[in-house]
Structure formats: C-alpha cells, structure tokens
Design a protein around this ligand. Structure first.
Ligand code: FES
Ligand SMILES: [Fe+2]
Length: 392
C-alpha cells in the first residue's frame, strides 16, 4: 500500500516534469503576523500544540536493547523514554512520585530500575514504585497509586513519538494518519545516530516555515547549496504531515521501466516533515544519511531550539566519518548562518508590530497547510482531537 503511494507520487511528479508545470495551492493566503510574536498566541501554541500533540522525540537506534533509556525534555516537560523487559517502548515523566524531584539527568543509560537521587525511591521499567527507603518510618500508603506518570508513546518506522501530557487521550497512531508507513521505507531501525547538535533560532514557526519552503533556496542559499536545487515545490499531505518534493525530470527515464523496478530509495528523496516540528532531509556525505531536525519553542515567543540529528544508514569508516563531519558542519553553517540568521532578523522586524499579515503564495502550499493545521488544532477541544485526525 505505501509503495503504491510512492509510485502514485512519482507518477504525479513525472506528469508535472513532462508538462513543465507544478502543483499549486488554490490561492495566495495571509496569516496574522502577530502569530509569530504575540505572547498569548505563543502560550496557546505551547499548551495547545506542543503539550497536546505527539512529538517525535527519539530514535529506536538510541535505545536498541531492553532496559536502555534516554532522559530528555519535550517542550519543557522532563521525560524518560525506555525499552522495557519485553522490548516495548515506554515513556514517563521524569518526576518522582514522592515529591517530584527529577530522577534522571539528561542522557542515555541502561538500568533495571530508576532510583530518585533525593530519597532513593525506586521504580521499575513499568513505572511502578518498587522501593521506598526507610519504609517503616515513612509510614503506610497505597504504593500502587504512586508510580511514575505514564506518557502516551509509540514506536514506528524506527522513530519514537511521545505526547508530553499524561492526560492525553489522543491516539498517536491516529495522529500519524498513515504517514508512519511511508517513513518506514527508510528502515531507520537499523540506522546509526552519528552526531547531534543544538542551534538557537527564531520563533518556532518562522524556523519551521523554512523547512517547508523551497522557494527561498536559490536566493537565500545562493552562496551555498541553493543554485544546485530546484525551488519549485510540490507537497503531499498525510493529515498534518507533509512530504516536500520538486518536479524531477530525471524520473522520466523510468517511463518505460516496469514500476516494480522503480528504486524505492530514489522515490523517497526530498524532505519529509512531521507535524508539528520535524524535518527529515536526505544527503550523501560519507555514505547515505539524513539530517533530522527537531524544533522546540524556546523560552520566549521570539526564540526556538533546534536539535539537529545526523543519522547514517551504515556505521561509517574513519574516512567516511570525516567526510560526514564536513557535511554536517556545512549543514549547520547553512541553517545557522543563513536560515536562522535571516529568521532572527525577520523576527526582530515583525516584532515592531507594523506588519499586520504575512503571505504564503500558491507555490507555498506547505506553509499554508501547516499554519492552517496549527489554527485547526488550537480550535479543537481535547475530546475531539482523535476525530480531527481521523477526518484528515
Ligand atoms: S523526591 Fe524522589 S524520593 Fe523523595
Ligand atoms: Fe533554508
């Protein structure tokens, strides 16, 4: 089924490549400029989007073995992601059931229990409270009610989603809208996390706009990779998630080739974004790799944090690793010194308040759809979220 979708997208691409056309949105759209800097709007997005939506927080290859864990933060919520003794991924708030201390420092490890550094209460990998230090003196209470707060989590396609809200009833699989089946073509389960970096950028949506936008490539990136890339984009949505690609005339060489022989890796080229904050972009430098960018709102409306993760299909040799490092340094330079440099200046100008709206053209359908989904989600009550994603 998902290969059929790839073939369908490839055929769509070929027909536009042949005709020299590109798919376009119905009309130019405008959105309020204040959505990029208004404090109330930003708080609404933190609570209504980042604390309610599943976020792609980790890679299966980071916690490959039973009892592996990673402690990190999801939109300001300290979390623990672990693989339990049955190989299932679980997620909990990194917050002790006694008085709320954070149990783990950020990082990775392997353990059969989590022990709080404050008074040594301990929890198993199912999140159950299994040990209370000096229990007799502490006094009796119902230990079964004092486990770690469980968070919805789902592992699919070698990626791990966590909803940073223990009260969420949104089904992560429903939210994914079938997109996980497409991402499964990368086979990320067997890839390797090569390197990770953190960058500071503008408002999370200004930053994210750039990942959905090929229009700017030959202009803003004229001195780096821009001139070699097409700037015409076509968007393929699964619910709020979107693949971005461009008409590619080289695909026309497949016209007389049976579809069964079309190369899957070539059919999945381009950028795959995962709502609300992920971009997956392929590259070749020291071997096949992807840069997976995770965007999070910063401490203020005008800032964001991007974690750039470099995953490689194969464990690189020394020479390949050197080449890959160079590639990653280049990508960091492009994002930091071109995209985010420009985005921070855009942020500064918008914050004057003298611009009322921003425009997304018919060629920027991805941005139109992204902002449309943010609005739709903010307008949807918790109990109606599953229905929203079922509808697509
Ligand atoms: S806060 Fe964790 S044991 Fe007391
Ligand atoms: Fe860019």
């Amino acid at each position: 089924m998902s290969r059929e979708s790839l073939i369908e997208m490839t055929r769509h691409n070929m027909s536009h490549s042949k005709a020299g056309t590109v798919a376009q949105a119905e009309s130019v759209m405008s959105f309020p400029a204040s959505h990029y800097y208004d404090e109330d709007r930003w708080k609404a997005e933190m609570d209504g989007v980042f604390r309610r939506m599943p976020l792609m927080m980790a890679f299966s290859c980071e916690i490959p073995n039973n009892r592996d864990y990673r402690a990190c933060e999801a939109a300001g919520v300290p979390i623990i992601i672990c693989r339990d003794d049955n190989g299932e991924v679980q997620a909990y708030m990194n917050m002790c059931a006694h008085r709320g201390s954070q149990i783990l420092e950020e990082g990775h490890g392997n353990t059969h229990r989590f022990t709080c550094p404050y008074h040594a209460w301990s929890f198993n990998l199912q999140g159950e409270l299994t040990g209370v230090f000096s229990e007799k003196e502490f006094g009796s209470f119902d230990k079964s009610c004092y486990g770690l707060k469980k968070l919805p989590a789902l592992e699919r396609a070698g990626l791990i989603w966590v909803t940073p809200n223990p009260e969420s009833t949104l089904d992560i699989h429903t939210f994914l809208s079938g997109y996980d089946e497409m991402l499964a073509h990368f086979n990320f389960e067997s890839w390797h996390l090569f390197s990770r970096r953190t960058l500071v950028g503008p408002n999370w949506k200004i930053a994210y706009d750039g990942y959905l936008d090929l229009y700017h490539l030959p202009i803003l990136h004229k001195d780096t990779f821009g001139p070699n890339y097409p700037h015409k984009s076509m968007y393929y949505p699964w619910g709020p998630h979107q693949r971005v690609s461009s008409p590619d005339p080289s695909l026309l060489e497949w016209e007389d080739l049976p579809e069964s022989q079309w190369d899957t890796n070539r059919m999945i080229s381009g950028v795959w974004t995962i709502f609300p904050h992920i971009s997956i972009a392929g590259f070749d430098g020291g071997g096949r790799g992807v840069m997976i960018s995770q965007l999070f709102p910063g401490e203020t409306p005008g800032t964001s944090i991007t974690v750039q993760n470099y995953l490689m299909e194969n464990q690189p040799t020394e020479a390949q690793a050197e080449e890959a490092e160079k590639q990653f340094a280049f990508l960091k330079h492009v994002v930091e010194d071109e995209d985010y440099y420009t985005g921070l200046r855009q942020q500064h100008a918008l914050e004057t308040g003298f611009k009322k709206d921003v425009l997304f053209g018919r060629n920027e359908e991805g941005g139109q759809r992204f902002h449309g989904w943010v609005n739709k989600i903010l307008d949807t009550a918790d109990e109606d979220l599953n229905a929203l994603f079922e509808k697509g």
